[in-house]
Design a binder for this molecule. Structure first.
Ligand code: SF4
Length: 303
């Protein structure tokens, strides 16, 4: 990849062959875990405990939210560098293990390498490719993924620039993410499910309701419904916010109250969204797998 890097909206201009960029991305893709994952939306993980979504957790992040549940990856850049050839093997190993799809989590800093890996296994990888992202993306970079990604799974996190500044140092988050999601919708088109109810193609927008910010959620959902037909995609409304560490924004030091989540859910229903909610009694740990390099290194065995 040629320096300076401008893959994401940070446009930090790093020469990654010399030093990592703002996101932590260096000269090779860096991966923290590659394994079947049961805790995505049902149309991605399925109901069979022997299968799941084939998740590849990349290290680093262009957004770095202060409350990130994958802090070890996003802020601390935990992971191991892999060659493109190994990345392609990892993708096929997940398919071989029974993954319904290949779920690439926060791959933005490594898009050129991911495309190279997918090119290496063209014709062998038959499961849908999922682009799982915090939503802070450039449309022109996303256009590189056209023809490679089948399912887009972005977050849409904040509407208010002040909230986005406090949580992610990205006051432009909402307009940037909304434009990115419009590009994702253009590429993926309407939802397509297979005979098992598994998603083959389309868009799922995730929104995590934040404590004290239900009005922000409302504004965000209203604007989203204005720009993309609600029948074309799923909304996944999440309640799992957990303050893992002290937050400077006071309200963020508690979990979301049931009435806040239900209030946002009623707004989503009024706007005609369909998709997924979240049981607030779910154990939060289920959503964060151990980041221990599972599946990253080649297993020893007969040639
Ligand atoms: S992807 Fe990383 S290195 Fe590239 S512009 Fe964004 S933050 Fe900087």
């Amino acid at each position: 990849m040629s320096a300076p890097c401008s893959l994401c909206p940070r446009e930090c201009g790093a020469d990654r062959s010399v030093a990592p960029g703002f996101c932590g991305g260096g000269p090779l893709p860096r991966v923290a875990r590659a394994a079947l994952h049961q805790w995505e939306e049902p149309c991605l993980s399925g109901g069979d405990p022997a299968r799941g979504s084939g998740t590849v957790f990349f290290s680093g992040c262009p957004l770095k939210c202060s409350f990130c549940q994958n802090y070890q990856l996003s802020h601390e850049n935990f992971g191991r560098e892999v060659l493109v050839s190994r990345l392609a093997e990892i993708f096929l190993e997940l398919q071989q293990a029974g993954a319904w799809n290949l779920n690439l989590v926060t791959g933005t800093p490594y898009i050129p390498w991911i495309i190279e890996a997918l090119d290496l296994i063209r014709g062998q990888l038959v499961i849908p490719v999922v682009w799982n992202t915090g939503g802070y993306e450039k449309p022109e970079t996303l256009r590189l993924l056209e023809g490679y990604v089948d399912i887009y799974l972005p977050d849409l996190k904040f509407h208010n620039p002040g909230l986005a500044q406090d949580c992610a140092n990205a006051p432009d988050y909402f307009p940037v993410a909304l434009a990115a999601i419009q590009e994702m919708h253009r590429q993926a088109g309407p939802l397509q499910l297979d005979q098992n109810g598994m998603l083959r193609r389309g868009l799922i927008v995730r929104h995590l309701v934040l404590p004290g910010e239900r009005k922000d959620s409302e504004q965000l959902l209203r604007r989203l419904a204005e720009v993309i037909p609600v029948e074309d995609f799923y909304l996944s409304l999440m309640s799992q916010y957990t303050p893992y560490r002290p937050m400077t924004r006071k309200a963020l030091n508690r979990r979301v109250a049931t009435f806040e989540y239900e209030w946002v859910r009623s707004v989503a229903q009024e706007l005609g969204f369909s998709g997924f909610g979240q049981d607030r009694t779910s154990a939060k740990e289920e959503y964060t797998p151990p980041f221990d390099l599972t599946g990253v290194e080649r297993k020893e065995g007969p040639p």
